[in-house]
Design a protein around this ligand. Structure first.
Ligand SMILES: C[S@@+](CC[C@H](N)C(=O)[O-])C[C@H]1O[C@@H](n2cnc3c(N)ncnc32)[C@H](O)[C@@H]1O
Length: 386
């Protein structure tokens, strides 16, 4: 039986949403708040039952997800023959049309089959065999749109996924130029959602770089969906019902709260970084909401009684050396002495941060920025308004 949102897709299937390590609990909350979906997070993924509308909604709305997949199966496989038979038993024809171009990628972890390129070849061959058999072809023409299949081996169990996102979901579309060590949009959103920032609470990033925290913060405040400006792999699929995307898109547009007046300000010592922030804010349609100015952190002052700071200062690698980074942390610590009613949330892998900043954090979490293990330090306000 077909649902109202399928054209060749099964009525229900497993949707699998992936995210960076350390971000699972935030993604879980997002899924629950937005769609009342409750499911456990396992190995950086959350899986639940859904349909094409679920796929469209997750891609458009989730701020912290890396990608949204359709999971097509999970099998035991210790030999290439077992892998071939497992792949061939999957009903790929439910998702991949006659002219679909199949691209296979994958990972092997702690498994007897560990050579990724050999597994890639076997998986591709078995999918082609299955589809040729079903469609009565000698070979796949692969003249249509791309269906990327990912396999993931873990302890001799292999799972198969079709990637519905295409380009990673951190690519929102507003950032077209790169500043110094920009943070991924998905991680920035997760850090904001872990902080106490909300709607109209004054917000500052004293090391704003290309403006990621400011733009993600403004989008959270105005309830602008993360993927509203971009398209996804499934938009190219002729067997994916366009109505599912159109409905998810119009639902997201209806939820925007453009009347809110958030107060987001960015500062950076580098004029080029400030220009970049303003450029990206404009590209995101947020030029009236986000302000940015050139200011060294030692001159950073509060403009409101309370607010939230979320930032990633230099780490002490590449452009800024360790001494420069430590100086930034000291100057940030000194400047924040004047911010009694403000909370601060700072990410860095630099182990000297708390010592240089001059204060132990109230809480910390382990996060990964571009594969680098970092600490996310939480400092709650000294003075809370009664
Ligand atoms: C890691 S980058 C921030 C990246 C930013 N979160 C983004 O997503 O693009 C650190 C920034 O701190 C700025 N910076 C370095 N020293 C500074 C100082 N003393 N005062 C203010 N900004 C400083 C750099 O110019 C750089 O843009």
């Amino acid at each position: 039986m077909q649902s109202g949102f399928t054209r060749g897709f099964p009525d229900k299937f497993t949707v699998s949403v992936s995210c960076a390590a350390g971000v699972e609990s935030v993604l879980k909350k997002e899924l629950f708040r937005a769609f009342s979906i409750e499911a456990p997070a396992v190995n950086g993924r959350i899986e639940f039952e859904g349909d094409p509308l679920t796929v469209a909604r997750c891609n458009i709305n989730l701020r912290t997800a890396d990608r949204v997949y359709i999971k097509t199966g999970c099998f035991d496989a210790r030999t290439f023959d077992e892998l071939f038979d497992a792949v061939k038993s999957v009903r790929w024809e439910d998702y991949i049309p006659k002219d679909g171009r199949v691209y296979v990628d994958g990972r092997c972890v702690k498994s007897a089959l560990f050579a990724v390129s050999d597994c890639q070849r076997i998986v591709k061959k078995a999918i082609a065999d299955r589809l040729c058999g079903v469609y009565g072809l000698n070979r796949l023409p692969e003249s249509g749109s791309t269906y990327k299949v990912d396999f993931y081996f873990y302890q001799d169990k292999v799972s198969f996924y079709i990637d519905t996102s295409g380009t990673g979901l951190h690519k929102r579309g507003y950032r077209d130029m790169v500043g110094i060590a920009p943070i991924k949009e998905t991680l920035a959103a997760a850090m904001l959602l872990m902080s106490d920032f909300y709607k109209t609470r004054p917000f500052a990033d004293p090391f704003c770089g290309s403006g990621t925290f400011l733009i993600e913060g403004a989008r959270i405040a105005l309830n602008i969906a993360a993927g509203i400006d971009r398209k996804f792999a499934f938009n190219e699929w002729k067997n994916f019902d366009k109505k599912a995307y159109e409905l998810a898109f119009s639902e997201a547009k209806d939820k925007e709260r453009l009347g809110e007046k958030p107060d987001l300000r960015g500062f950076d010592v580098d004029k080029k970084a400030v220009e970049l922030t303003l450029r990206h804010a404009k590209r995101a349609g947020l030029e009236k909401v986000i302000r940015a100015e050139v200011l060294p952190v030692k001159k950073f002052k509060p403009w409101a009684e309370e607010g939230t700071i979320v930032s990633n200062p230099p780490y002490g690698e590449r452009v800024y050396g360790d001494d420069d980074a430590k100086k930034c942390y000291r100057e940030l610590g000194e400047a924040l002495k004047g911010f009694d009613g403000w909370s601060a949330f700072i990410i860095t892998p630099n182990k000297s941060f708390e010592k240089c900043f001059g204060k132990k954090c109230d809480r910390e979490r382990k996060l990964f920025n571009a594969e680098k293990e970092c600490r996310y330090y939480f400092y709650y306000p000294k003075k809370v308004k009664q």
